[in-house]
Design a protein around this ligand. Sequence first.
Ligand code: KG4
Ligand code: ZN
Length: 366
Amino acid sequence: MMDGKTLILGIETSCDETAASVTADGRTVLSNIIASQIDVHKVFGGVVPEIAARHHLTQINGITAEALRAASVQIEDIDAVAATMGPGLVGAVLIGLATAKGIAFAADKPLIGVHHIRGHIFAAFLEHPELEPPFLALVVSGGHTSLVDVRGYGRSDVSVPAVSAGRNEPGGSAPLGGAFRSDMEVLGRTRDDAAGEAYDKTARVLGLGYPGGPKVDALAKQGNPDAVHFKRVMLEDGTLDFSFSGLKTAVINHVHSLRQAGTEPNASDIAASFQQAVIDVLAEKTMDALKRTGRASLAVCGGVASNSALRTRLADDCARAGIRLCVPSPVYCTDNAAMIACAGYYDYKNGRRDGLGLDAYATLGL
Ligand code: KG4
Ligand code: ZN
């Protein structure tokens, strides 16, 4: 607590960013430190889980200390430590979670495990003080593509055993117990690949390297989105589910058949055409979900939410439909710890506490 404000230290290590942040009352970011491992994984064309975990291990203590220093606070000032508990690369998640446990134990602070995707959704609060549930969230990351109806701030009205009234004890509340009732409902999800994965694979076949999303985004600006018609997979009538594996395969087949015929594909046209197909599906389903739920606000979250064309399209569609659009700045779309501290703040306020026995999870329901 400082100046009457609740301070949360957030830690995020679920993939290839080692990140720590301090937030005040959930929504004010006092520091947001991110060490990216892009250069380490670039040579492999993607994230290598064991290498990611090892790098988190060497980075995390320095990054955490830097987050406290940049926020001009001491560990004693912190009210709780929140860390991503999953979903993610489990070895990578473990490093951040173990670090958070160590700090919670040594400094006698409550520990709060945060769902990574819930964190992405809460990122929308960081720069939009007016945003309150209920609202619709479009989550588009490397591993997830979902439409989520957000009805509250946390797992508040559930009976979570309060483990850390004093010092944390090992073996506290399990995050997956039947006692939890989520205040978020997933209205639609991808049945195969996430949008981000389709971006990364498209970038790979075009030889753009890793990470692919931002490179396809940039290249598409110079291309013709009507150059190649890729099918918009809407699935059967009435579902808000997505499917991107067909599109990914169509792009790969298109590029390979051109090369087999001795023609080098026009990378910017293919990037633009692929991107248009993704955005048409995302925007159409999102606007449909808004109509069905009657929600007046839309938050767009996750790494792909930093895509410039998606942002423009949704801004246009929302303006036409009278929907308030909240998209975080790119730094809060891709993995960061401020979003974890924000989600952790609301769990803390709602009385949620986790024990030192909290596990890391590769998969985890919202
Ligand atoms: O949320 P995130 O940082 O990590 C996960 O939780 O997965 O999302 C990473 C994904 C990657 O697939 C990356 O290529 C994609 O987000 N991405 C983008 C852009 N920036 C990142 N996709 C399209 N356009 C971008 N500008
Ligand atoms: Zn993420």
